[in-house]
Design a protein around this ligand. Structure first.
Ligand code: NAP
Length: 351
């Protein structure tokens, strides 16, 4: 133990915006798994300060302060943004990067819309912004960085995937939504999930990393699941199909991009058809690596915190922020034109 402690470098000191579901899970891991984390990072990671909306009367593992106080704190190496939404999260990230701090975020909205501009300001890491615990962000930017990704076919929203399972079991859309809300899967305003804004933002991030073109999430055509009826899912099942909300993108040889998010009829013997509940799955077609499928928990505080910790350990080890550097290199580009994939491929449209 002594020899191990002697090998460690000085602590890596962090501040955190947000102590909600994911922030709370991360704070617990930093305390409960401190030794394992220090071993992985070759130095302890210390949480020094926290910003929340309502700090009054709460007990936390580090002192609460304002965003300005946290960013001005000279001892910090990095901040973790776990507030969510566009503002003030975007301003927090921008100010922290401008102050010379590394930033680790789980915020798909900010990364999808502002990621390239922000990543030019400093080291930005965002493994948790897509598919939570599935290690896809650095995999695309780093491990597969010299390959050529031709297509992505994915299920990126666990809430709608769970709801589609319930509707296939006979529940109405309203019952499936109420059940997802009761289980903490869907927000009070479910639009980000059921109207497919959430998977479109995640698909934009994956497309930028895979195709090395700047993709604006508002250019990705979306069809949500609001209008699906139990009878449609039952009829599909009888014909040997499962309806899934598929987020897919293709880059052609002439570098043109097609992408969309829509309910599609997946043959029930396909791997994607067996992705149940809050699970996510991502299938990549890479020219040299071949067909790759990654599957795992796409939501949940512990799964998201595990991806944030992966970034924190990389940051503490001074590993390159490959995905952030890739996004920064796209900032000068105009956003790519993105045509919809349409009703035939990768699977027939369900509506
Ligand atoms: N939950 C998941 O399973 C999951 C999975 C993957 C990625 N993510 C992403 O992780 C991020 C956090 O999600 P979450 O589920 O942990 O959210 P959450 O439970 O709603 O927590 C949000 C936190 O941000 C704080 N906050 C809100 N407004 C603020 C403001 N103006 N200034 C400072 N702090 C503010 C809240 O303070 P109070 O505590 O005072 O309310 C709370 O601590 C989001 O980007 C989300 O998309 C979540």
């Amino acid at each position: 133990m002594l020899a191990f402690r002697k090998m460690l470098r000085a602590p890596y000191r962090i501040g955190m915006f947000g102590l909600g579901h994911v922030g709370g899970a991360l704070a617990r891991r930093l305390v409960d798994d401190a030794d394992a984390i220090a071993r992985a990072a070759n130095r302890p990671i210390l949480l020094e300060a926290i910003v929340v909306a309502r700090p009054q009367g709460r007990v936390a593992p580090a002192p609460f302060m304002t965003a300005e106080e946290l960013i001005a704190r000279p001892s910090l190496d990095a901040v973790v943004e776990l507030v969510g939404g566009l503002e003030p999260a975007h301003t927090y990230i921008k100010n922290a990067l401008s102050a010379g701090l590394e930033v680790i975020t789980a915020n798909k909205q900010v990364v999808a819309t502002q990621g390239p501009a922000l990543a030019r300001l400093g080291r930005l890491r965002f493994e948790a912004s897509v598919a939570s615990a599935i290690p896809i962000v650095e995999t695309l930017a780093d491990t597969l960085g010299s390959d050529r990704i031709r297509s992505i076919i994915s299920i990126l929203n666990g809430t709608t995937n769970s709801m589609l399972g319930a509707i296939a079991g006979g529940a109405s859309y309203a019952e499936a939504l109420a059940d997802a809300q009761r289980r903490g899967l869907a927000e009070a305003d479910p639009s980000a999930d059921v109207d497919a804004h959430d998977p479109a933002a995640k698909l934009a991030i994956l497309s930028m990393l895979a195709f090395r073109r700047r993709v604006d999430p508002s250019h990705i055509e979306r069809v949500g699941i609001r209008s699906l009826e139990p009878a449609q899912l039952a009829a599909a099942r009888q014909r040997g199909f499962v309806i899934k909300l598929i987020a897919a993108a293709t880059m052609h040889d002439d570098a043109s991009i097609e992408a969309d998010v829509r309910p599609r009829l997946v043959p029930d013997d396909a791997a994607m058809a067996r992705v149940e509940g809050a699970m996510n799955a991502i299938a990549l077609d890479a020219q040299y690596a071949g067909s790759l499928v990654l599957q795992g928990p796409g939501a949940g505080p512990d799964a998201a915190a595990s991806a944030v910790l992966a970034d924190l350990v990389r940051a503490a080890k001074d590993a390159p922020a490959s995905a952030g550097s890739l996004l920064a290199s796209l900032a000068p580009q105009p956003a790519a034109t993105v045509a919809p994939l349409g009703p035939k491929n990768p699977y027939p449209a369900a509506s």
